[in-house]
Design a protein around this ligand. Structure first.
Ligand SMILES: [Zn+2]
Length: 466
C-alpha cells in the first residue's frame, strides 16, 4: 500500500506521493537559539529524524532542511542580560544544540540555514509581497494583509471571521486590520538591526521559514513538519506568505507532533518543570530517551514520567540483550548451515510487519513491538542446539537495519580493560619512535572517543578515565 501520512491540511491519512519521483523535500521548523533545548524541543527533532530515516530506508532521496532562528526578542533579551553580542550567544547554543541532538542519535540536516544569513532574501521576498498587494509598509513596519489571502485558515481549519475575535493590535502597531501580522519590524533603541527599503529593522518570525524553505528547497516542498503548537499562527502564516509569493502550493503534506507533559502536567516556565536535554542526558542514557519518545505515536501527547522512562530503559535493555546474545553465539558458531528457510521466513515476517507499522503514518510504537517480536523469535532460536551462521547473521542484520531506522544502536559499548589501554599506549609510544604519527594520532583519538584522557608528562604518558 505504500507510506500513508496523516496530513494536517486534510486531517486524513493520505498516500505519500512526492512531487518528484523518488525525491523528498522536507522542512522542519527549528529552534530559537537562546538556551539549551528542553525535552519538548527534542521530540520533533527525534520524530522527524526518524521520518527521514524511514523515507531513506524506503529508497527515497531526502533533502532535509531545518532552520535556526537566530534573531528574536528572546535572543536580544538574553544577550542584553548576559552583556554579550547576540551572535556570540546564538553560536554557543547552536553548538550545544548539535551536541544534544547527536547524543540523541539524530543526524544533522542537509542544511541548517540561519535568519542572519538570509537577510537580503527576506527583504526581496517582502518587496514582492508589497508589489503584489499582499503587504504594506506602515511607519517602518511591514504587515501582511491577511484578508487578501483566500486560503487563510485552511491548515488550522478556522474561519477568518472567527479568528477576528481573538486578534488584537499591540501597542505601537499600525495595522489596517487586527488580523494582519508583521513581516518586518522597525528597529527599537538598543536592538540589533539591518538596513531595508523601509528603514532599519529586523524580520518578523514567520517570514524566515517561507524564505529559507524556498531558498533551500524551491517553491513547493513535500513535507513540512513541526510541533502542534506551530500550526497556528506560524504555519498558517507561512502558507499565506509563500503561496502569495510563489503562486504555487507551499507544502503538500503537513505533519505535526503532539505535546509533551511532565508527570501529567504541562511543561511551563511558571511550574518550573522544564527538563533540559543537556541536564537529563547525564542521568538517563540518551538512547533510552530516544526509545521512550518513539514508544508513543508522534501525534499523541507523551507523558515524561519516571516509571515510563524506566520501562523504556528495560525495553531497550531487552533488545540489547537479544542482539548481544545473537552476536556472541555467532562468534562461536562455525556451522554455515544448510537451508534454514523456516527461521529466515520468520525474520522476514518481522521485517514486513515493521514496514507495515512504519508505512502507517510512521507508527513507531508498533514498530517497537515488532522489534520485541524479533527479540522473542531470536531468543527461541538461541535455544536450538544447532544454530547456523546464516540464520544468526540474518537476525543481526534485521536488528541492525530496523534499529537504525529508529536511530537505535543495540551494540554494547565494550569497556576497555586497564591492560588493553596500557598495551595501546605502548603501541603509541612505539609508533612515535617509528615516526608513524598517523597511527599514534589514531590511537589517541580512539582512546579519547572511549573517554580515556591522555596526559603527556616528562615521565611519560599517563591516562585516566573521563
Ligand atoms: Zn517555521
Amino acid at each position: 500500500m505504500g507510506i500513508q501520512i496523516f496530513n494536517s491540511l486534510s486531517r486524513e491519512k493520505e498516500p505519500f506521493i512526492p512531487l518528484e519521483e523518488g525525491k523528498v523535500k522536507m522542512y522542519v521548523c527549528g529552534p530559537t537559539v537562546y538556551n539549551y533545548i528542553h525535552i519538548g524541543n527534542a521530540r520533533p527533532v527525534i520524530v522527524y529524524d526518524t521520518v527521514r530515516r524511514y523515507l531513506q530506508y524506503r529508497g527515497f532521496d531526502v533533502t532535509f532542511v531545518s532552520n535556526f532562528t537566530d534573531v528574536d526578542d528572546k535572543i536580544i533579551k538574553a544577550a542584553n542580560e548576559l552583556g554579550e553580542e547576540t551572535s556570540e550567544l546564538t553560536e554557543r547554543f547552536i553548538n550545544a544544540y548539535f551536541e544534544d541532538i547527536t547524543d540523541l542519535g539524530c543526524k544533522k540536516a542537509d542544511a541548517h540555514p540561519k535568519v542572519t544569513e538570509h537577510m537580503d532574501d527576506i527583504i526581496r521576498f517582502i518587496e514582492v509581497l508589497i508589489e503584489k498587494g499582499y503587504a504594506y509598509e506602515s511607519q517602518g513596519d511591514v504587515y501582511y494583509r491577511t484578508r487578501k489571502f483566500d486560503g487563510y485558515g485552511k491548515l488550522s481549519h478556522q474561519n477568518i471571521d472567527d479568528l477576528k475575535v481573538g486578534a488584537r493590535i499591540e501597542a505601537g502597531e499600525k495595522k489596517e486590520d487586527p488580523l494582519d501580522f508583521a513581516l518586518w519590524k522597525a528597529a527599537k533603541p538598543g536592538e540589533i538591526f539591518w538596513a531595508s527599503p523601509w528603514g532599519t529593522g529586523r524580520p518578523g518570525w514567520h517570514i524566515e521559514c517561507s524564505v529559507m524553505a524556498r531558498e533551500h528547497l524551491g517553491d513547493t516542498i513535500d513535507i513540512h513538519a513541526g510541533g502542534q503548537d506551530l500550526t497556528f499562527p506560524h504555519h498558517e502564516n507561512e502558507i499565506a506568505q509563500s503561496e502569495a509569493h510563489n503562486d504555487k502550493t507551499f507544502a503538500r503534506y503537513w505533519m505535526h507532533n503532539g505535546y509533551i507533559n511532565i508527570d501529567n502536567e504541562k511543561m511551563s516556565k511558571s511550574l518550573g518543570n522544564f527538563v533540559l536535554v543537556n541536564d537529563i542526558k547525564k542521568q538517563i542514557d540518551p538512547q533510552v530517551l530516544r526509545f521512550f519518545m518513539l514508544s508513543v505515536h508522534y501525534r499523541y501527547p507523551i507523558n515524561f514520567a519516571k516509571d515510563l522512562v524506566e520501562s523504556a530503559a528495560a525495553g531497550l535493555e531487552r533488545l540489547r540483550t537479544s542482539f548481544n546474545n545473537v552476536k556472541h553465539r555467532l562468534s562461536v558458531t562455525a556451522e554455515l548451515g544448510a537451508e534454514n528457510d523456516e527461521w529466515l521466513a520468520k525474520i522476514e515476517a518481522v521485517r514486513a510487519s515493521f514496514e507495515t507499522s512504519m508505512d502507517d503514518d510512521f507508527n513507531t510504537a508498533n514498530a517497537i513491538s515488532d522489534l520485541f517480536e524479533l527479540s522473542h523469535v531470536a531468543n527461541v532460536y538461541l535455544n536450538e542446539t544447532n544454530t547456523t551462521t546464516r540464520v544468526l547473521q540474518a537476525f543481526l542484520d534485521a536488528f541492525t537495519t530496523l534499529g537504525d531506522v529508529l536511530g537505535l544502536v543495540f551494540e554494547q559499548q565494550e569497556e576497555l580493560l586497564d591492560a588493553e589501554i596500557d598495551a595501546l599506549l605502548e603501541e603509541r609510544i612505539q609508533s612515535r619512535k617509528d615516526r608513524n604519527f598517523a597511527r599514534a594520532d589514531e590511537i589517541r583519538d580512539m582512546l579519547q572517543n572511549m573517554g580515556i584522557i591522555l596526559e603527556d608528562t616528562r615521565q611519560g604518558t599517563r591516562w585516566k578515565r573521563g
